[in-house]
Design a protein. Structure first.
Length: 126
């Protein structure tokens, strides 16, 4: 098993994370095709690399299934609860960086055409 794709061992996951996940999900419905371990590993992969859900490697299962499981857990506050619990037990260290558009500077060439829409209108008349 590749350490980059599955950074957490399955034994650690079953002992520390799985009990937290089971508390938030009911057993109703058909059996899951993608395991909780695959969803958790896929979530860590997306957080670490910043890729789009559609670009998720096939080893995690169908991307849309993984995304829906992430979304349902996120709506319930499951993932924040897991990360906070793991950090309180000193199992992980989280470094969170928030960026706001008011603090991100754009290079002068990235701002667009000088003069805005007037410059485009004058070139269209010529």
């Amino acid at each position: 098993m590749d350490k980059r794709l599955y950074p957490v061992t399955e034994a650690f996951f079953n002992a520390q994370v799985l009990p937290l996940i089971i508390r938030h999900y009911s057993r109703a419905g058909r059996p899951r095709r993608v395991s909780h371990y695959q969803v958790f590993s896929a979530l860590l992969y997306v957080l670490r690399t910043g890729i789009a859900w559609r670009d998720l490697p096939a080893c995690y299962g169908y991307w849309h299934t993984v995304y829906l499981r992430f979304k349902k857990g996120s709506d319930r506050g499951l993932w924040w609860g897991i990360f906070i619990a793991l950090q309180q037990h000193k199992k992980i260290t989280m470094n969170i960086v928030l960026a706001d558009s008011t603090t991100v500077k754009v290079h002068r060439h990235g701002g667009g055409l000088k003069g805005g829409s007037k410059a485009r209108a004058s070139t269209a008349r010529a």
